[in-house]
Ligand binder design. Structure first.
Ligand code: ATP
Ligand code: MG
Length: 471
């Protein structure tokens, strides 16, 4: 196989060839870019490996880019990168690595291209294309990576036990690539993952979460989660979700398997085009079911309060997984907390009040909440699913009407604290808060309209009740 025609599509390859030649070193394109080139998947990251200093090569390439703009070389651990438009070019010197049993920190030495390919994680990621004059465009495929791409198989280049014990993160990466590419994992590679699963303990939460998020963002994330589960990796870093697995039966009452239900909900949010955080909300929406599970002889299994407890579990899980503890987390908490609320709103005689309250609480996340609710409808009976989802269409119609009238989605108090202080000649005191909250409640209960006139009148009324004197 020769790739010189494909390499001609991007000027950077000629440039690296020239730069390496002038430094008198060998250079190759390696890894994910070569894999994706063969799979015809778009890819913006290009990794180059050279037999020599990656930093020197990066500097030479940056200097040779025929642009007035100076290109910066970012150095980090013997690698260097150049951002070139949309492209991210990464340069590294070929390395030979050996690992000690209890550490992820390898002893790194300079090596040949072959050494470098040996330390790569999978056959399909160990492909290289020569950028050297004598065989420009030639594919160097020592482990049959192209064959595995055709067979759609993830396999380690060396004995899997060696590859996985050197860097146990590779076990999760195997599943990540299987999910992204819709590949199988070779049986002996998968057996070795099960065997080495305990070793995941030495890997940092950040690295695991990076890979997990990539699995979550695939088209059908349940595939990756099922692989993680069967490989016995999932319980090592996400025991709460594994706890959801299983069905209890008592006096003829059975509940659904909440693990598989959750995965179905996750796939549904993916199908609806949900982003990473909506997908996290799907993953966590029922997370407190095991903790709230009770048996009631009349009703069977109940999970009262799982939405509330679940929302309270989110920060601990986010913290441990090194997910961001910011507004993204709050968003996930909010959706977990509110995920049952739209369900009773499908009844015909529901009051505007309930709708108004939910709009107020969900704010701008109301659409995502409704998407989660639709995704949460899982049943083998497709007619039932269709009907339940159609009911949510009606709820949304009602929400639209209520919002047009009352604008509570982005609620701003129509009367401010300043107004209240002025009206009753007050300095800051707790009565102001009481009045504000009574006004808000009256609006949400539909007693008054959400406008300044009615709110001001109402304020005077509440003030009178509190025995305040209007000015
Ligand atoms: P993408 O960037 O699309 O997610 P990729 O294959 O480029 O996929 P990266 O994580 O960017 O994945 O890694 C680039 C290349 O570096 C891989 O193709 C692989 O050859 C090698 N590599 C990355 N991480 C490891 C690892 N933990 N062990 C061995 N090789 C690795
Ligand atoms: Mg990459």
């Amino acid at each position: 196989m020769n790739f010189s025609a494909l390499l001609a599509q991007h000027p950077v390859f000629e440039l690296v060839k020239k730069s390496a030649h002038s430094l008198g070193i060998e250079a190759y394109v390696v890894g994910g870019y070569v894999r994706d080139l063969i799979l015809k998947r778009p890819s913006k990251d290009i990794d180059f490996v050279c037999v020599g200093s990656g930093i020197d090569l990066a500097k030479e390439v940056a200097a040779n880019i025929g642009s007035k703009k100076k290109f910066q070389v970012f150095k980090n651990f013997g690698t260097a990168s150049i951002h070139h438009g949309d492209w991210e070019l990464e340069f590294v010197g070929a390395r030979k690595e050996s690992y000690q049993r209890d550490s992820r920190k390898p002893i790194v030495e300079e090596g040949t291209l072959e050494d470098d390919q040996n330390r790569r994680d999978f056959t399909i990621n160990a492909l290289a294309i020569s950028l050297n004059e004598e065989n420009y465009g030639a594919l160097i495929d020592p482990f049959g990576g192209v064959k595995d791409l055709k067979k759609k198989i993830i396999k380690t280049p060396l004995e899997p036990d060696v590859t996985f014990s050197d860097d146990p993160l590779r076990m999760i990466r195997a599943i990540r690539f299987a999910s992204q590419l819709n590949f199988d994992i070779a049986p002996n590679t998968f057996d070795s993952i099960i065997k080495n699963a305990e070793r995941l303990k030495i890997i940092s939460a950040e690295r695991i979460t990076d890979e997990l998020n990539k699995i979550i963002l695939t088209e059908k994330p349940s595939y990756g989660f099922k692989l993680l589960y069967h490989a016995q990796l999932l319980d090592k870093f996400f025991p709460e979700i594994v706890e959801l697995q299983g069905v209890d039966e008592k006096n003829g009452f059975k509940h659904k398997d909440n693990f598989y239900h959750t995965l179905q909900v996750l796939d549904n949010t993916a199908e609806y085009g949900g982003d990473l955080w909506l997908r996290w909300a799907a993953i966590l929406h029922d997370i407190a079911k095991p903790a709230t599970k009770r048996f009631n002889p009349k009703q069977g299994w109940t999970f009262h309060g799982h939405e509330d407890k679940g929302a309270r579990m989110v920060p601990k899980i986010f913290k441990r997984m090194k997910l961001p503890l910011n507004e993204k987390m709050k968003y996930v908490q909010k959706l977990v907390l509110l995920h049952l609320r739209p369900i009773p709103l499908v009844r015909d005689n529901i009051t505007d009040n309930a709708v108004r309250r939910l709009l107020f609480e969900a704010g701008d996340d109301i659409e995502d909440l409704m998407t989660l609710c639709r995704a949460d409808v899982t049943s083998k009976n497709m007619n039932k699913v269709k009907q339940f989802r159609a009911n949510f269409d009606k709820v949304e119609q009602k929400m639209k009407e209520v919002e047009e009238n009352d604008q509570v989605r982005n609620f701003q108090p129509p009367v401010s604290g300043e107004d209240i202080m002025k009206a009753f000649d007050l300095s800051p005191c707790k009565e102001i808060g009481i009045i504000k909250s009574e006004i808000k409640e009256a609006i949400l209960d539909g007693e008054i309209q959400n406008n300044r006139e009615e709110a001001y009148e109402y304020m005077l009324e509440v003030g009178r009740k509190l025995k305040l004197k209007a000015q």
